[in-house]
Design a protein around this ligand. Structure first.
Ligand code: FMN
Length: 525
């Protein structure tokens, strides 16, 4: 990421706060993932949706549309061949997930804010490749869509886009492969065919594949955007199928402001509405209270563009689409001439916003680099490492990996495990190294407490040695059984002398998580 060099010292505390808030953000995200609660599948009824738009539907526009009230946002169409070459990278500085091409270009960038409402649209003419792409992005998006309406040559000549409309077998194959192969809802976006009868029979065939919704752009593939949209055809489709139909194509004839969205939905008898151009011209079209001034909208757009390090050419393109007739004004000309994000910001009197935001991002990047350095300093080649964390919910109450490790050491006649823990000054996180039979083990993930770090180290050791960890799903839990036996023994001997009682409670202490933070809390004294 290209970030400006600034005075780091003056902004470091702020950057540190941002970094720490990022850490807690990732943890809560992780925690949510760890829970067995499933996020309800995206519903496509009564929704106002940002349509897929090449170059326009990148992260800043999607987030802005959500802020203004869009329920679902589609990304720009991304071609399967390009996507399968991408690597998923967590960008800790921007707090995004990036899908990065071999030439290091970010092809798709997303973030937690849109995770439950972004639909990834792809261009594909090959079921297996489509599935590979869907699997690559599935966990970072709310749904997958296949573009079956693009009439442009670059799309149709590869058999993608509107070319698919004349190959229903392929449509069926792609969609059923996706529906069967992934857990997220699958949708497709089509154009209407020359005859209503053919359109309806195609849509019925699509419905049978198990898609969650069908977006219908109410124009034939030869028709241009300024041609009237065929609402009556969308209506006939909506009546013929029970899967939600998303009406699209109303920007030119219908949708000038928020209240028009409902008028279009009614005219098309559809479950939901998808908006492209009206949102590209002014994304506040989704705002129930009415449109915001273009200046305000553009400034909000720029904030997201800077915050998410959007490429300046893309930012400029989107702003030009908003300015439209005003491109010949002084502001329009200056925008046209801008050659960097900073210059774009200056056109809109946002120079100081740019300075501050990039300084924070730069400080965050440098903080991240420092913590990486510390990790590298801990790069002990004789330590066995794994990226693991201790999650209490995966274990029976009062049973921990540390207890299992201690028990194993006793049985194997090894000295008891020795834990050495360090705390990183920058983010106050802990990492523990456990030594067992002269071998050291540690997790590469840093934890919020010393206790958690020690448990993580114990897990690494147990996993490396192929030993049970005491997890709930491990089946027979001998420590629990042992503990039960000891409790019974304890109860039987209850009436016996005090000496016995003291001994039994001592034994129990072996299997109870120590209240102290001490690394040897579970080691009998
Ligand atoms: C700039 C632009 C880019 C578009 N890119 C895509 C795309 O990537 N995928 C797609 O399915 N449709 C794409 N479309 C078509 C729109 O999604 C939509 O079907 C069309 O504009 C009609 O809707 P509207 O009347 O609301 O504009 C694009 C349209 C525009 C204006």
């Amino acid at each position: 990421m290209a970030v400006r060099k600034g005075n780091l010292d003056s902004i470091c505390p702020l950057a540190e706060r941002m970094f720490l808030s990022f850490v807690s953000l990732s943890v809560s995200e992780h925690t949510t993932k760890g829970m067995t609660v499933n996020t309800p599948a995206l519903c496509f009824r009564s929704k106002k949706i940002l349509a897929p738009m090449v170059r326009v539907g990148t992260l800043p526009m999607r987030l802005l549309a959500l802020d203004f009230g869009a329920d679902i946002v589609y990304c720009e169409e991304l071609i399967d061949i390009k996507m399968v070459q991408c690597k998923r990278v967590v960008n800790e500085v921007l707090e995004t997930v990036d899908f990065v091409a071999p030439n290091e270009r970010v092809v798709f960038r997303t973030c937690v804010r849109e995770k439950d409402c972004v639909v990834f649209q792809m261009g594909s003419a090959d079921a297996e490749r489509a599935l590979a792409v869907a699997k690559l992005v599935e966990n970072d998006v709310a749904g997958i869509d296949v573009n079956m309406g693009c009439p442009k040559e670059y799309s149709t000549k590869g058999g993608m886009g509107a070319a698919l409309l004349s190959d229903p077998d392929k449509i069926e194959c792609i969609l059923s492969t996706l529906v069967k192969g992934i857990c997220k809802p699958v949708t497709c976006k089509i154009r209407i065919l020359p005859s209503l009868e053919d359109t309806i029979s195609l849509v019925k065939r699509i419905e049978k594949t198990g898609v969650a919704a069908i977006a219908v752009h109410g124009r034939k593939k030869e028709e241009r955007p300024q041609h009237p949209v065929h609402c009556e055809v969308i209506k006939a489709i909506s009546e013929a199928v029970s899967v939600p139909v998303i009406a699209n194509g109303g920007s030119h004839d219908f949708i000038k402001e928020y209240t028009d969205i409902e008028a279009f939905q009614q005219a098309a008898g559809a479950s939901s509405v998808m908006i492209a151009r009206a949102a590209m011209w002014n994304p506040s079209i989704f705002r129930r209270e009415g449109l915001c001034s273009l200046k305000e909208v553009m400034q909000e757009y720029i904030k997201y563009a800077v915050r998410y390090d959007n490429h300046y050419t893309n930012t400029k393109y989107c702003l030009c689409q908003m300015l439209r007739e005003q491109l010949e004004t002084t502001e329009g000309k200056k925008l046209h001439a801008a050659q960097s994000t900073q210059e774009i910001c200056e056109v809109f009197e946002m120079g100081s916003f740019y300075e501050e935001t990039t300084a924070i991002l730069e400080a965050k990047a440098s903080l991240k680099a420092k913590t990486q350095d510390e990790d590298e300093q801990m790069e002990d080649t004789d330590v066995i490492k794994m990226a693991v964390r201790f999650d209490k919910r995966e274990y029976p109450p009062q049973i921990t990996p540390k207890m299992y490790l201690l028990e194993w050491c006793r049985k194997a006649k090894h000295p008891q495990p020795v834990y050495e823990t360090v705390q990183r000054p920058l983010d106050k996180l802990f990492c523990s190294v456990v030594t067992v039979a002269e071998q050291k083990y540690r997790s590469t993930l840093w934890d919020k407490s010393k206790k958690l770090a020690e448990q993580a180290a114990a897990i690494v050791c147990l996993r490396t040695l192929g030993l049970p960890e005491g997890k709930l799903n491990e089946g027979e839990n001998h420590l629990i059984n042992k503990r039960k036996r000891e409790n019974e023994e304890f109860l039987n001997n209850k009436e016996h002398e005090d000496d016995h009682l003291v001994e039994a409670s001592h034994k129990r202490a072996h299997f109870t998580e120590g209240a102290s933070d001490s690394s040897s809390s579970e080691v009998p004294q």
